[in-house]
Design a protein. Structure first.
Length: 562
């Protein structure tokens, strides 16, 4: 079984594990989305054994309250997991040593936009200053921001081999050798005398990459002698990295070399610390970009999108909110990332890390703000409202921010979560637990809903009028497979219909049964009821369970830095 087939099996086998019993609560604190894991379903999978489940669950929780407008998510936590790992949800690029795949739906990215989630682990183990060393293992050379760049780089890197057209065929010397079995027999095609599957997703210690993806900065001293170093302020995404990332054409990549020391067993070693140096002896093997293209094929598309939108997320257990300094530390990584990514890509790439997506990139890589940016204030600071009946929002910095997600026994009223009305508080007809509905006679026709004849065409699948194309109520009004726009709300009398976060269906609530009236802008609001509860139309709350797993196979980091 291939690791990609195994990944699919794992995704199917763990489907049921990802449905929460209580939906996570999300609050935006400045530019950081803080998620409270109310039932432990997120932090139950800390990332060491099932990183796809952990990262997928976080993504699904995030998308319950945020638009699907992000290319990447950077995820920190306050408790259990200290695994740093980049996990791709899709690959649309050929020529980088990776197969094509798309698992975005497993991360609840309804539009398929999400490309990677980066697990940065426990914020308490990282330096609050991203430019200081990240002590995730002894003698680890990268700073906190370099570690973040390393994990993000795994979206494309480092999986390529080369063929010099000299009769030796495929060579894997650019990558570190790290067989999972430890016996030197890793399977796959033979490459430099070893199984190709044993070569990892990091550059070899003996490759003159000078890269955030490991390797070394190597000076050829002549006579088979070489000086190795890894200086701070020099290590960035190399020209080869930038080519594989779609930020540089093949013609812009200068020749490279790797030192063949006759044994690949030490090639997976992490680089030496910043400021250190040492000498090695070996044979120089020159490698040109043409040698990589000969083995992997040309990159397609030749160039990728250079501007990315990303969100930074902090997850914490129920009842243990993060301290202000923990949120600030995450924001430090967010703020530093924009300038560091610009520098480390030689000004060819840019990031917008604002939650509203209003950033416009850099001169070297301009970007477009998300729709709605620049339209003026959205609200008056301090104002509160409901998004549907499950999310309370507050106005901060003249933008709507998530204040609270209502638990399953609460509803949002005038911008705050309040207990739902108890059964029996309204006349018969309000809720099925009283036995009043679906008793015959409470709606115009026997079998009250959805039998034909009781309600006009357009109400339910029984009439055949919906969901012909997956839309509602008539064909052609929304794209196939999309029922509604997430967050959209509409009133039918005092029935509030709210589109779920995946855009896959409507959730209905009888505001009158709570003694409230329906307001499409505010949700169920206090005020005079239109009297709909007198007939007793009851509506169940249908909450969609989220699946948070994916299994794009990526070899788990063994030594340091995923």
């Amino acid at each position: 079984m291939t690791r990609f087939a195994l990944a699919a099996w794992v995704a199917a086998a763990t489907f049921a594990l990802c449905a929460p019993s209580a939906y996570p609560r999300t609050e935006d604190v400045g530019e950081v989305a803080v998620i409270e894991d109310l039932d432990g379903s997120i932090l139950a999978f800390p990332g060491a054994s099932m990183p796809n489940v952990f990262l997928g669950n976080v993504a699904c929780a995030f998308y319950r309250t945020h638009e699907d407008n992000y290319d990447g998510l950077f995820i920190f936590n306050t408790s259990v997991t200290n695994i740093q790992q980049g996990w791709s949800w899709q690959n649309t690029n050929e020529g980088i040593g990776r197969p094509l795949f798309d698992w975005t739906q497993q991360a609840c990215s309804a539009t398929g936009r999400l490309r990677i989630t980066v697990n940065m682990g426990n914020i308490n183990t990282l330096p609050s200053n991203p430019d200081l060393n990240a002590p995730i293992v002894p003698f680890y050379p990268l700073t906190g921001i370099e570690l973040q760049a390393h994990e993000f780089g795994h979206h494309w890197l480092s999986a390529v081999n080369f063929d010099k057209n000299d009769g030796q065929g495929m060579q894997c010397l650019l990558r570190g050798y790290e067989p999972t079995g430890g016996d030197g027999s890793a399977g796959g095609d033979t490459c430099n005398g070893y199984g190709s599957n044993g070569f990892n997703q990091h550059w070899s210690y003996y490759f003159n990459s000078c890269s955030l993806m490991y390797g070394s900065c190597i000076e050829d001293l002549g006579g088979g002698n070489f000086r190795f170093s890894y200086p701070l302020g020099t290590v960035k995404y190399s020209q080869l990295d930038q080519y594989l990332m779609g930020l540089r054409t093949a013609e812009e990549v200068e020749p490279m070399f790797v030192v063949d020391v006759g044994d690949v067993q030490g090639s997976a070693s992490i680089p030496m610390g910043h400021g250190s140096s040492g000498e090695e002896t070996g044979t120089r093997v020159d490698v040109a970009i043409e040698d990589i293209v000969r083995q992997e094929g040309p990159r397609n598309p030749a160039l990728d999108v250079c501007h990315w939108k990303a969100a930074f997320i902090l997850v914490h257990p129920q009842g243990q909110p993060p301290a202000p300094q923990q949120v600030q530390a995450v924001d430090n990584y967010r703020a530093r990332w924009e300038s560091f990514y610009d520098w480390s890509t030689d000004n060819r790439g840019s990031f917008d890390t604002t939650l509203d997506g209003c950033g416009i990139g850099t001169a070297g890589c301009p970007g477009e703000p998300e729709p709605g940016c620049g339209a003026g204030p959205e609200c008056t600071n301090g104002e509160q409202r409901c998004l549907g009946f499950a999310v309370a929002q507050i106005c901060r910095d003249e933008r709507w921010r998530i204040l609270e997600e209502c638990s399953l026994d609460m509803i949002c009223v005038d911008g705050s979560c309040e207990p739902a009305a108890a059964d029996g508080d309204a006349p018969d007809g309000d809720a099925p637990t009283d036995g009043d509905a679906p008793a015959d006679g409470d709606l115009p026709a026997d079998g009250d809903a959805p039998a034909d004849g009781d309600v006009a065409d357009g109400d339910a699948p029984a009439d055949g009028d919906s969901p012909a194309d997956g839309d509602v109520p008539g064909d052609g009004d929304m794209p196939d497979g999309t029922l509604c726009a997430p967050g959209e709300a509409a009133c039918e009398g005092d029935i509030l219909n709210s589109c779920n976060s995946a855009g896959s269906g409507w959730i209905s609530l009888d505001c009158a049964s709570q003694g409230l009236s329906c307001d499409a802008a505010k949700g169920c609001a206090k005020g005079a009821s239109s009297g709909c509860s007198a007939v007793g139309g009851s509506t169940a709350l249908l909450m969609a369970a989220f699946v948070g797993l994916l299994a794009l196979g990526r070899q788990k980091r063994k030594r340091a830095g995923g």
